[in-house]
Design a protein. Structure first.
Ligand code: HPA
Ligand code: ZN
Length: 340
């Protein structure tokens, strides 16, 4: 790629809408926290951790991702994890981020819900004070566990409603369709949470229909497999439903064999509101800029398409109209100065 296009991407103001905070856990920090907490893991060096990052599918990755999260115990651990992510995105001109966390991964190990949410939200408050980065927190239910477990998690979350904007659904997709969680999502909506869900990453288009009709999602995480179903694409386009696409994640988890075969442009051509995100950047080889650069290179995206992708994310984020307008104006100004 020519260096001016690369700099254009790097300097562009961006919003991230699909990021698992536990997936931003870099091996060096993981190791430091493991030592601080005297927690033993499967890995005896940073290199051993990195070598383990070869995945054939989503489950291969999840096994390692949950292993890494085991070292997180204290409020300071969750702060350090989140702050490290904030520093990375600040360096990449990300001005707004909406992050997922998996409460069950921690509460099932005896870590208090409040410890997790306090560490994450303290770092995000500091991100706003220090860098002006705004944010939202979305808690995900682990879909490989029962709906009753998700219900317990929702009940625990009510005490922290002021800090949790939405609920989502992640973990092993195949065999765990959105319909399994329709009751708990209905309760979450009654409690005032916005809903999103991972669907159509490894699972079929049918799971996306279920996420729309049964979970009443406001945004679709991944959604790649909508490419298989023209009626579904028409519905998503009509509803202006945003898709949080994660190119390097799709490559590393073998959702696509090659980024050149990625459906992103096809989805955009079908008028879907596509956004670019990093998913689990410490595991998949890159944060926002690396994702933008890799997909731009593979699909030969131009500046107008790049602007559209960034704009889609600002339009699809869960903030008030004033902040949205401010971020969109920042993008316009950047584009006007750097279009050619
Ligand atoms: N898919 C499902 N669950 C996840 C992912 C993902 O990409 N990342 C972290 N949990
Ligand atoms: Zn994800």
């Amino acid at each position: 790629m020519n260096s001016t296009l690369k700099s254009f991407i790097e300097g562009m103001p961006k919003a991230e809408l699909h990021l698992h905070i536990e997936g931003s856990f870099e091996p060096e920090l993981m190791f430091a926290i493991a030592q601080r907490n005297q927690v033993k893991t499967k890995f005896d060096s940073v290199e051993a951790v990195k070598e383990a990052y070869q995945f054939n599918n989503l489950q291969d990755f999840l096994d390692i991702y949950y292993e890494g999260a085991r070292v997180l115990l204290t409020e300071q651990d969750f702060f350090d994890l989140t702050w490290a992510y904030v520093e990375r995105i600040h360096a990449q001109n990300v001005i707004h981020t909406e992050i997922f966390f998996d409460p069950q991964t921690h509460t099932d190990r005896g870590v208090d819900f409040g410890v997790v949410i306090s560490g994450i939200s303290r770092a995000l408050a500091q991100a706003e004070q220090k860098y002006g980065i705004t944010s939202r927190i979305i808690m995900c239910f682990l879909r490989h566990l029962d709906e009753s477990e998700a219900e317990k998690t929702l009940a625990q979350a009510l005490a922290y409603k002021d800090r949790i904007y939405g609920v989502g659904l992640d973990s092993s997709e195949l065999g765990h369709p959105p319909s399994k969680f329709k009751n708990v999502f209905a309760k979450a909506i009654e409690e005032g949470f916005v809903t999103v869900a991972h669907a159509g990453e490894e699972g079929p288009a049918e799971y996306i229909w279920e996420a729309l009709d049964l979970l009443h999602i406001s945004r679709l995480d991944h959604g790649n497999r909508s490419k298989d179903d023209p009626k579904l694409m028409a519905r998503l386009a009509a509803e202006k439903m945003a898709l949080t696409v994660c190119p390097l994640s799709n490559l590393k988890l073998c959702v696509v064999d090659d980024l050149k075969a990625h459906p992103l442009r096809f989805l955009m051509e079908n008028n879907l509101k596509v956004t670019i995100n990093s998913d689990d950047p410490a595991y998949f080889g890159g944060y926002m800029n690396e994702n933008y650069i890799a997909i731009t290179e593979a699909l030969e995206l131009n500046r107008t398409e790049l602007k559209q992708l960034a704009q889609n994310a600002f339009e699809a984020c869960f903030v008030d109209e004033g902040r949205k307008r401010e971020m969109l104006a920042q993008l316009e100004a950047y584009f006007a100065e750097n279009a050619f």
